[in-house]
Structures are given as C-alpha cells and as structure tokens.
Design a protein around this ligand. Structure first.
Ligand SMILES: Nc1ncnc2c1ncn2[C@@H]1O[C@H](COP(=O)(O)OP(=O)(O)OP(=O)(O)O)[C@@H](O)[C@H]1O
Length: 261
C-alpha cells in the first residue's frame, strides 16, 4: 500500500527514523471540510515545539490525530521513528508514552495533591511493572521529585480543590509525568493563569523538556516567547510558517492571516 505521494509505509518509516513524531500529508475531513489539509511536521527527540494559529486552524484536530481520537483520511503519523499511530487506539497510544494535557484540569478535587500523584503513579502499573514493583520508598522518592518539579511540595497535603487554577494545571502535568510519557502534548497551559503562574509554567515546561519531547499549543504570545522554542504556525489545516517566534511574527503571510494587522 502507498499513500498519496506513492510512499510505502516502509519508506515513510525510513524518513521518520530518528524522529519522535512524524506527520506527513495528514488530512482530516469533516463532511468534506478539511480540518487538516496535508499537514506535515517533524518533532525530534528532546525537542519542545510551540504550535500557534488562529481559531479553527486545526490545532486540536492535530492533537486528536496524534492521540488516536481521530483517524486521518490520508497521511502518515509515526511515533518514535516508525510506530504507525493510525493503527492504534487511544489507550494503546497513551501506554506507548504519549501523554496529553487538556486545557481544563481534571484532577481529583476531593483528594490531596499527594494522593492525586500516587493514583497517577499506580495507573501506570502494567503487568510488567507490577512484576518488578517499585518499593514504597521508590514511589515516595518519585512523588517528592514530582512535587518539587511542579512547585507543589508545600501543598502536598492540601485537597486539590483548594489549589489555584495554575496549581491544578501543574498538578495535572505532574500526574501525566507520573506515567512516564516520552512525548507530552499540552493544550493551552497558560489559559486562565495569572501572569506569575504563566511565567512559572514556561520555566516548568522548559525543565520538563530536558527529558521529554513536548508539543505545546498556545495562544498567549508572551508565554510562547518565554518558552523560546521553534514555533509552527497552523492555518486552515496546514503549516503556514515555522521558525523562531521573531521569524514567524515577521512573516507577511502570518501577519495577514494570524495577527490580522
Ligand atoms: N467533529 C467535527 N465536526 C465538524 N467540524 C469539525 C469537527 N472538529 C473540528 N471541526 C472543524 O475543523 C476546524 C479545525 O478545528 P480545530 O478545533 O482543530 O481548530 P483549533 O486550531 O484547535 O481551534 P481553536 O484555537 O479554536 O481551539 C474548525 O473549523 C472546526 O470547526
């Protein structure tokens, strides 16, 4: 079988070799409307990428395709150099190491911060992991690391319901990390945060990106500037521009369609 460019899956896997995420010619239609229109993008291992674009550009649909929620009509979606994500369902893709953080935090409000992290850690126990089960001490150490990373050490025994909006987002990021993903997809983390929380979230994501690939969808340009990473601009389901934030924001086509000035 070949895709629309006459590329076999084997050939696509060769091109994708060494990438964490490889999208090529990905097209998704809803009743004839192309939410994604031949979208292509490569994320390298250890890379953090910011995705921006006006409403309806296809950002959410792209995340849906990567996580197996939506099947593309056309195109290659490969993880870790060669795993064809279009052949797997959401649960299988999550267990392969792709974690997704939705915009709205979904922490367990009636549980403490600590219990939320423990629950996330235990969720990750596959049969194999149970066989070589971590000791209680190893679990404690991991939780302490995650509390430290997510700036929640002092809130460890608080009910999640009593955290600020920003702290809930950080807790949920910690819960995702407890499941040891290799690629994290983060949808508008700064939405609804205070300026201080937004700035801290950029620092947090940069720390996480030292040991994970991260794709961040975001509208807040100050936050994207703080991330200081390569930016991809989506428009009408395809890549309009890619580069530093300064490069894409001085691109005439981006100014025309995205910034509208
Ligand atoms: N299930 C669906 N059925 C029909 N149209 C859809 C569906 N999902 C998305 N669309 C359309 O596809 C386009 C892309 O939507 P998508 O949500 O991916 O954009 P987005 O870049 O995430 O936008 P936003 O910034 O507003 O979240 C939009 O025009 C949207 O109306």
């Amino acid at each position: 079988m070949t895709n629309r460019k006459g590329v076999t899956p084997h050939e696509a896997a060769k091109v994708a070799d060494g990438s964490m995420l490889y999208l090529d010619g990905v097209t998704v239609s809803f009743d004839g409307f192309k939410a994604l229109n031949s979208l292509s993008m490569i994320i390298k291992p250890g890379e953090m990428r910011a995705i921006i674009g006006p409403n309806g550009a296809g950002k959410t649909t792209m995340m849906d395709v990567i996580t197996g929620k939506t099947r593309p009509d056309l195109g290659d979606v490969l993880f870790d150099g060669g795993v064809d994500l279009t052949k797997h369902d959401e649960a299988a893709i999550a267990s392969m190491g792709i974690g997704r953080k939705f915009q709205k935090p979904t922490v367990f409000e009636s549980h403490s911060v600590y219990d939320n992290l423990i629950l996330a850690l235990k969720q990750n126990r596959t049969a194999r992991a149970t066989l070589f089960a971590m000791t209680g001490k190893a679990d404690e150490d991991r939780i302490n690391e995650l509390l430290e990373l997510t700036r929640l050490t002092a809130q460890r025994d608080l009910l999640a319901a009593n955290l600020s909006h920003g702290q809930k987002q950080w807790l949920e990021i910690g819960m995702l990390l407890a499941q040891d993903p290799r690629l994290l997809l983060v949808d508008e983390p700064a939405a609804g945060m205070t300026d201080a929380e937004t700035a801290e979230t950029a620092v947090l994501l940069k720390e996480i990106a030292k040991s994970h690939s991260v794709v961040v969808v975001e509208h807040d340009m100050d936050f994207v500037r703080d991330l200081d990473v390569r930016v991809t601009v989506l428009h009408e389901g395809s890549v309009l521009a890619e580069g530093t934030l300064d490069q894409v924001s001085s691109n005439d086509r981006v100014i025309e369609v995205y910034l509208g000035r």
